[in-house]
Write a protein of this length. Structure first.
Length: 65
């Protein structure tokens, strides 16, 4: 997955259920790849996001170029 700083994401568990929206603050991987530091809108916390098979990440909006 390639992301840009400022992209808004929806992160949900694979089995459905509740999810959370976050914004990419920084990218630690090469060429826009994981891991990412994100700001969660529901808690206001910054956290490290490393996509894996336990949850799904969907891009809601791309940051303006």
């Amino acid at each position: 997955m390639h992301l840009d700083i400022g992209d808004r994401l929806l992160v949900t568990g694979r089995g459905g259920g509740s999810g959370h929206v976050c914004r990419v603050l920084s990218i630690w991987g090469p060429d826009g790849t994981a891991p990412y530091v994100v700001l969660r809108y529901d808690t206001g916390d910054e956290e490290l996001l490393v996509p894996n098979e336990e949850f799904e990440v969907r891009i809601l909006t791309h940051a303006p170029a």
